[in-house]
Design a protein around this ligand. Structure first.
Ligand code: FPP
Length: 228
């Protein structure tokens, strides 16, 4: 039987902290290992033919963590942008960011813009990094965007509304959350309306290519009816 590859895969990369704790390491080391996993898994997903990959890297709520951890994650994002994403740029991947820019350090905002500009014509796949992101904020910001532009209310429907979200992405086919937690945690609420959900009992740094293979196998067993 033909193997269906999800067109849009989304991942809540959870469990860096617990992975580190189990090894008596500090949380930063968990995030560092998590960022290496992100690059390896993204590369593999695009090799498998997944066209859109969204990842939850930093939620608006993550600002409530202690300053040391927040600063570390901001620096890690800079490292990702300056160096680690080069592998994906070579794979002809377009990199997008979803989230609020307010509150982010200026050098990070600049690096994000530069990366988006450099990769805007790449067309082998899209990596959408959700950073300082919240699903409800995205919907609220879309409404404000529509109001600012004085859009005629009769022209707004479920399809056109998508054009005002942070990025124009297709619906999510499959969501994976690692770490054994069964929650959506305010991630891509609009795009997730009909996605299949898969919760994996592994911490993110332990997630490997064969976990993607297993997720695709599982996705192929799901019968999607879209309410019909
Ligand atoms: C959840 O683990 C993970 C995060 C809050 C951050 C995700 C970040 C990465 C995978 C690193 C790469 C990305 C960038 C751009 C910084 P947790 O800290 O909530 O783990 P825990 O629930 O076990 O404490």
């Amino acid at each position: 039987m033909e193997c269906k590859i999800p067109n849009h895969l989304a991942i809540i990369m959870d469990g860096n902290g617990r992975w580190a704790k189990n090894r008596e390491l500090n949380r930063s080391e968990g995030h560092l290992e998590g960022s290496n996993t992100l690059i390896d898994i993204a590369e593999y997903c695009f090799e498998k033919g997944i066209k859109n990959l969204s990842v939850f890297a930093f939620s608006t709520e993550n600002f409530k963590r202690n300053k040391e951890e927040v600063d570390y994650l901001m620096n890690l994002a800079m490292k990702l942008l300056n160096k680690k994403l080069n592998r994906l740029k070579k794979q002809n991947i377009k990199v997008l960011f979803s989230g609020r820019k307010e509150g982010l350090p200026n050098n990070l905002i600049k690096a994000i813009k530069k990366c988006e500009e450099e990769t805007k014509d790449n067309d082998s796949g899209i990596l959408n990094i959700c950073f300082n992101y919240g699903g409800r904020s995205e919907i609220v910001d879309a409404v404000k965007n529509i109001m600012d532009k004085n859009i005629d209310k009769d022209s707004i429907n479920e399809d056109t509304f998508k054009n005002y979200l942070y990025n124009d992405l297709p619906d999510i086919d499959l969501l994976i959350r690692t770490s054994g937690e069964y929650r959506i945690s305010n991630f891509m609420l609009y795009q997730m309306a009909y996605s299949e959900l898969l919760f994996v009992d592994k911490y993110w740094p332990d997630f490997k290519n064969d976990d993607i293979d297993n997720a695709i196998k599982e996705f192929n067993t799901r019968e999607r009816r879209f309410g019909k």
